[in-house]
Design a protein around this ligand. Structure first.
Ligand code: NAD
Ligand code: TYD
Length: 363
């Protein structure tokens, strides 16, 4: 059967899918979408539950009959192999990662272990149980636009853009992407990769810009803008990323890479002003009150200037497009954090204060 029609069969048949990092920000939206939309698929969520993993992100689907959770560290090769032997997964959607650039600057080895070693452990386990019969199998690797480096002279990242990672985080993701492609070339593992731009939305750990600033505005704390706030990011609503992953899982061509993005570029300072303005409205503050919290701090080391994705390939070839306009998405996001203060309180208790002091006290 040709690969494309083989993939179409996924929708009708039973699948046993291992989703890694499903308790994290993007992973939880992907798990929810697959559990709800495909009741005939068995979804196994593998997660170590690091500081970024939170099963409260999935309370609405935790009792679904097609959902299973496995707590496991991808760095433990024996445990990963045993899990594959036990369940004989026919596909993997790999999201688990250390994901925060600032943490990668202070602790690069954590990123090497999870993002590189963890990915190779997964590839080895899949290779072992799929050898001899790769038909209908799929290793879907979720990656980032940061592997392409930093744009300084205009233009967009294309799927053909050379890798040029600039942070320990993006270097570790680039290495993992290379391993995935190398396993496809060498061992014929059926793979597909996506490289997505910055995500925002519900359930993001408040170390990243959007939830951190929403939480600080709410608590009247300074808003630490790195450098001059002139860096540009291309923002996509997290559910639209999950929808893209669904489309690529079912219709993506084996061996291909698809860039995902919303053609939605913002300088950090402009984005922060939109968040401040929306928060003023929601909190009933005078216009301009939250902006007074903006504090310019020492820049991030090696701070990438601009990321911008050309998403034409996935749009034209697979028919995906973002469903939300940015203004709608950001308001929805802010309202989610306002309505879920208990979620925020829980994730910011414990070690969060220590992290925050260490990261921001010296800036
Ligand atoms: P996240 O930090 O919110 O979640 C990562 C999850 O992986 C957590 O649940 C964590 O517990 C789990 N994990 C970490 N180390 C593990 C290990 N050793 N074994 C098993 N589980 C482990 O990350 P995210 O923002 O949801 O990103 C998910 C994926 O998407 C990552 O691969 C990231 O590189 C990629 N990505 C993220 C963005 C973004 O804007 N956040 C954009 C593009 C691509
Ligand atoms: P972040 O959410 O960490 O994502 P990434 O670094 O992967 O793009 O940061 C988004 C942008 O916001 C980035 O240019 C760094 C900047 N930033 C700040 O100015 N202050 C902050 O406290 C944080 C966390 C980020």
């Amino acid at each position: 059967m040709p690969e494309a029609s083989c993939q179409k069969q996924f929708i009708m048949t039973t699948r046993k899918i291992l989703i890694t990092g499903g308790a994290g920000f993007i992973g939880s939206h992907v798990v929810r979408l697959f559990v709800n939309n495909y009741p005939n698929y068995e979804i196994y969520n593998l997660d170590k539950l690091t500081y970024a993993g939170n099963l409260k992100n999935l309370t609405d689907i935790e009792n679904a009959p097609n959902y299973h959770f496995v707590r496991l560290d991808l760095v433990d090769a024996t445990a990963v192999n045993n899990l594959f032997n036990e369940h004989q997964f026919d596909s993997v959607i790999h999201l688990a990662a250390e994901s925060h650039v600032d943490r990668s600057i202070t602790n690069p080895m954590d990123f090497v272990m999870t993002n590189v070693v963890g990915t190779v452990n997964l590839l080895n386990a899949a290779k072992e149980i799929w050898k001899g019969n790769m038909e209908g199998k799929l290793f879907y690797h979720v990656s980032t636009d940061e592997v392409y480096g930093s744009l300084h002279d205009g233009g967009f990242f294309l799927e053909s853009t050379s890798y040029d990672p600039q942070s320990p985080y993006s270097a570790s993701k680039a290495a993992s992407d290379h391993f995935v492609r190398a396993y496809h070339n060498t061992y014929k593992i059926p793979v597909v990769l996506t490289n997505c731009s910055n995500n925002y939305g519900p359930n993001q750990f408040p170390e990243k810009l959007v939830p951190l600033f929403i939480n600080n505005i709410r608590n009247n704390k300074p808003l630490p803008v790195y450098g001059k706030g002139e860096n540009v990011r291309d923002w996509l609503y997290v559910v639209d990323h999950a929808r893209a992953i669904d489309v690529v899982y079912h219709k993506g061509k084996i061996g291909e890479t698809y860039n995902i993005g919303g053609f939605n570029e913002w300088t950090n300072i402009d984005l922060i002003k939109v968040i401040c303005k929306t928060m003023d409205k929601i909190l009933g503050r005078h216009e301009g009150e939250s902006e007074k919290l903006i504090t310019y701090v020492t820049d991030r080391a090696g701070h990438d200037l601009r990321y911008a994705i050309d998403a034409n390939k996935i749009m034209k070839e697979l028919g995906w497009e973002p469903s939300l306009q940015f203004e709608e998405g950001i308001e929805k996001t802010i309202n989610w954090y306002m309505d879920n203060q208990q979620w925020m309180d829980e994730v910011t208790s414990g070690d969060y204060a220590k992290y925050y002091d260490k990261m921001y006290a010296s800036r």
